[in-house]
Design a protein around this ligand. Structure first.
Ligand code: DCP
Ligand code: MG
Ligand code: MN
Length: 337
């Protein structure tokens, strides 16, 4: 269900949702994925309520709202605010950690470590902290990477990658996935799936890392590499790119996908992450396993622990993965949970 600004005005739980949204944003910066999930569920559920939810009991009666969240909803309605929210932003350390979490590649452990070591600002990090090459880029380009990318610009980045890819091999394909494929008007990064009919991962990776990526660096489009999976079945290159004549760096992910896995990869990299989670959960309930490589059946589990990987049912055909799971086809624009 997409967020509709007109709905926001009409929704009687507008203010509550707004405060919960702020909490969600806070938790999504602390890598507390369970809380993020709980808040997202509660917000989605509240949006569907025709009446204003005022008491803890009313909130508790909504599916998807647990006890602790019900308490918070009541507190928001009564006080028009949430104490916890003020506490979370209270200490200066918290604010600094939040700023540091915006650095590409820095998770909570790294961000807290920097604070514990006495660094107080991005300038501090740049001047005094021992940074890896990638961390330095993350800090220097912090404000670039924080900016959303308009859809048209995502397309332009994709087109440059496609041109370079197809100059090497006419049959290679570039599909822009992620929030772009879900129809978002602005995106956090550019997610490019690189594939080719009949090709293996090895073939695609060799072509990309050996020819295309170096070429895109020398043409000046690629600016920096931030993460490359170097292990044997490594399948990604994360970095930064800029359109010709511009100075703004964007985050770009190149994801190498063998033909046999393109359907499962399309599902995984289209997301969103919550939609993925519910698809994986559904697969598990049916004794199957869904990951970014395929849908597997006859997976033997003993108390949650996977005993064997199962048998591949489908990896290539996105629609067929939906139908084997018994899920009616959902176009990417509707995969927002
Ligand atoms: N993904 C996932 N779980 C994660 C990270 C990613 O399932 N922990 C999947 C779902 C995402 C997709 O990969 O939709 C792409 O990841 P991004 O981080 O690029 O997220 P989006 O493209 O969805 O959003 P944004 O516009 O912020 O890039
Ligand atoms: Mg993305
Ligand atoms: Mn991405």
């Amino acid at each position: 269900q997409k967020f509709d600004p007109d709905m926001k005005l009409a929704n009687p739980n507008n203010r509550t949702i707004e405060v919960l949204q702020q909490m969600l944003e806070y938790y999504s910066q602390t890598a507390d994925q369970w809380r993020v999930l709980a808040y997202r569920k509660a917000i989605t559920a509240l949006r569907k309520q025709p009446n204003k939810i005022v008491t803890r009991a009313q909130a508790r009666a909504i599916p998807g709202v647990g006890e602790r969240l019900a308490d918070k909803i009541e507190e928001i309605v009564l006080t028009n605010r949430l104490r916890r929210l003020e506490n979370t932003n209270n200490t200066p350390e918290d604010l600094i950690i939040q700023e540091f979490l915006g650095v590409y590649g820095a998770g909570l452990p790294q961000a807290s470590k920097w604070v514990a070591q006495g660094y107080r600002s991005l300038e501090d990090l740049l001047e005094r902290a021992p940074l890896t090459k990638q961390q330095r880029i993350g800090v220097e380009r912090h404000s670039d990477f924080a900016q959303r990318i308009p859809r048209k610009e995502v397309e332009a980045h994709g087109a440059i990658v496609r041109k370079a890819v197809q100059a090497v091999d006419r049959d290679m394909q570039v599909i822009i996935a992620g929030s772009y494929r879900r129809g978002a008007l602005t995106c956090g990064d550019v997610d490019c799936l690189i594939t080719k009919p009949g090709a293996s991962l090895e073939q695609i990776r060799t072509m990309m890392l050996g020819l295309v990526v170096p070429k895109l660096f020398s043409s000046g489009f690629l600016k920096a590499s931030l993460a490359i999976s170097s292990h044997q079945d490594g399948s990604k290159w994360h970095g930064a790119s800029a359109l010709p004549g511009t100075t703004l760096w964007r985050r770009i992910d190149l994801l190498f996908v063998p033909d046999a896995e393109i359907g499962a990869a399309l599902i995984y990299f289209t997301g969103n992450d919550i939609f993925n989670r519910s698809m994986r959960l559904l697969a598990r309930k049916k004794g199957m396993c869904l990951n970014q490589k395929g849908l597997y059946t006859d997976v033997l589990r003993n108390q949650q622990v996977k005993l064997n990987g199962g048998r591949l049912v489908e990896g290539r055909d996105e629609r067929r993965i939906f139908s084997v799971l018994g899920v009616p086809w959902r176009p990417p624009e509707h995969r927002i949970c």
